[in-house]
Design a protein around this ligand. Structure first.
Ligand code: SF4
Length: 480
């Protein structure tokens, strides 16, 4: 029996109409036997949320999920199409599902991608798939499922948990506040796949958040392509929450989520925040302990000319000044960011400018990628591409510098008391995350069992711990 896999990986994607490619006879299950759908979920947190919505809908309609290919009547593969490695991984996953099961519906970013001749990439390589859609295409995916595996006659709506089906551990969840993006960064093809920004109604988000908290979620991670732009598409119109008007705007959403998190004793963490001036208003909300003093700001570079070639949003906002002003308002603020080394045309002087920026900005958590030409990105047409070896060398230089910065910043936490949310407990230790650590991408806090006499820590609980040691990534601590 081959088990289905779920491989968390990279970034986001379009809305292409479902294309029923072949229409063999629908699969008919025996009376009283619920049809079973296998699910393979690849890609970033935004793709994960798409998967959760599809699984929720399947459950709502009475479908069951299968844990193995041979236990499934049909398999859905949610793909990632962001970089070449992710494309290959998705194509391999589709091939595996076809070989092991044979009835496969494909959705996600890769579903919207065409090759240079304008042909559908997936269909060229895997012509036997039943249907292909782009990302964020719940309706089209369900239409394809209904076509090939008719839904049971009596849906068990009451069996669906109010928070929907989640692929994350019970104590944290992602809240996707919008789809698509109005920017056109030259290295990115997401807008061509996912379309322009579409913000979700604020009342829906608040209801979803409350359902998640009621179901035991202790940390809600706000995600989108550009969290700071929430509501731009609907001109920040007002919705209603708890009988009061609330604007479809990042600051009002953060405030409302913070109040809800306080009621349930939970955390809110903000990702993909662009440094527009209104983000300044969010920093004071971070002192109450519920909106975490943490901002994930994908800066990508520091040199104004490189940012101009990248066509980055908010690139003229003087990131260094802004970071310093935020830290003056809240010294505990953790800043995470990602950067690209070796972008086309990047000179040694521009790269050194980036290193100088990093020395001054003292970013807490940093990821750096060597520029990778994504098929269809306009950046590939820019002059003076940087040779691959040099791109890698520059990436390594950034990471070496960051190792030093991170080690110093984490060392400064030794002796301090921090609150952690416990993610895992094993025979030797409990592993938690502090306000400074987002799941899967940042470091963790190790709490040795020998250092918590008489105290039992459980997954999903908060604990206050004293930091006793640090390296460049993680902290070690004992229970207060
Ligand atoms: S902000 Fe830029 S990098 Fe991010 S999704 Fe939009 S176009 Fe892509």
């Amino acid at each position: 029996m081959t088990e289905l896999r779920r491989i968390p990986a990279a970034p986001a994607a379009p809305t292409a109409a479902a294309v029923p490619l072949t229409i063999p006879s629908p699969i008919v299950t025996a009376p009283g036997v619920a049809p079973r759908v296998g699910f393979v979920s690849l890609g970033c947190p935004k793709a994960l949320v798409d998967s959760e919505q599809i699984l929720t809908q399947l459950r709502a309609e009475g479908y069951e999920t299968a844990k193995s290919y041979d236990g499934a009547d049909l398999v859905i593969v949610n793909t990632c199409g962001f970089i070449d490695a992710a494309v290959q991984e998705s194509l391999d996953a589709i091939g595996e599902a076809l070989a092991e099961n044979g009835k496969v519906i494909v959705t996600g970013c890769l579903g919207a991608k065409k090759d240079a001749a304008g042909d559908d990439i997936i269909m060229k390589i895997h012509p036997k798939v039943l249907a292909v859609t782009g990302p964020h295409a719940l309706g089209e995916v369900m239409d394809s499922v209904h076509l090939h595996l008719p839904k049971p006659h009596e849906p068990f709506f009451d069996l669906v948990p109010s928070q929907g089906v989640k692929l994350t551990p019970k104590h944290y969840a992602y809240l996707k506040i919008s789809e698509g993006c109005n920017h056109r960064c030259s290295f990115c093809i997401i807008p061509s796949m996912r379309g322009d920004l579409v913000s979700r109604p604020i009342a829906d988000l608040m209801m979803e958040a409350e359902n998640l908290f009621k179901a035991g979620v202790k940390e809600l991670l706000v995600i989108s392509q550009d969290t700071s732009a929430y509501g731009v598409d609907v001109k920040f119109r007002s919705g209603f929450w708890n009988g009061k008007p609330v604007k479809t705007h990042m600051t009002q959403l953060t405030e409302a989520l913070g109040q809800l998190a306080a009621k349930y004793g939970a955390w809110i963490r903000l990702h993909y925040v662009y440094p527009y001036p209104h983000v300044d208003q969010v920093i004071p909300m971070m002192s109450g302990g519920h909106v975490l003093p943490y901002l994930d700001i994908p800066m990508q570079h520091a040199h104004p000319e490189v940012l101009r070639r990248m066509k980055r949003p908010a690139s003229g906002e003087k990131n260094l000044d802004r970071i310093q002003a935020w830290r003056a308002m809240n010294p505990d603020l953790t800043i995470r960011s990602t950067f690209i080394a070796g972008f086309p045309g990047e000179t040694e002087a521009e790269f050194e400018y980036l290193l100088e920026f990093l020395k001054e900005a003292q970013i807490d958590r940093l990821g750096c990628f060597a520029y990778s030409p994504v098929a269809g990105a306009t950046a590939n047409l820019l002059d003076n591409p940087v040779p691959e070896e040099l791109r890698e060398e520059r990436r390594a230089r950034v990471m070496l510098l960051q190792e030093e910065i991170s080690a110093k910043r984490l060392q400064a936490k030794v002796g301090r008391t921090v609150r952690v949310l416990i993610d895992a407990v094993n025979a030797r230790e409990a592993i938690g995350r502090s306000a400074a650590d987002a799941p899967e991408i940042d470091g963790v806090v190790h709490i040795k069992k020998s250092l918590m006499p008489g105290k039992k820590l459980a997954v999903g609980e908060f604990a206050d711990v004293v930091v006793t040691a640090a390296d460049a990534h993680d902290l070690w601590a004992s229970v207060v």
